[in-house]
Write a protein that binds this ligand. Structure first.
Ligand SMILES: [Zn+2]
Length: 56
């Protein structure tokens, strides 16, 4: 499953409010362009919870 490009325009990192890096993100990960935290994508739904973040 592929993330909808439109989602990247409206979603922001819960840690720093920066937009996500679409080129660095994949079908199962969302990567923040600001703080480089990554968030899991479960069945196409990004889990944008601070305690689910993986810091690079
Ligand atoms: Zn961030």
């Amino acid at each position: 499953m592929t993330m909808e490009p439109e989602l990247f325009a409206i979603l922001a990192c819960p840690l720093c409010r920066a937009p996500f890096d679409q080129s660095a993100s994949g079908a199962d990960t969302m990567v923040c362009s600001g703080c480089a935290a990554s968030f899991p994508v479960v069945e196409g739904i990004p889990v944008l919870l601070p305690d689910r973040a993986t810091r690079a």
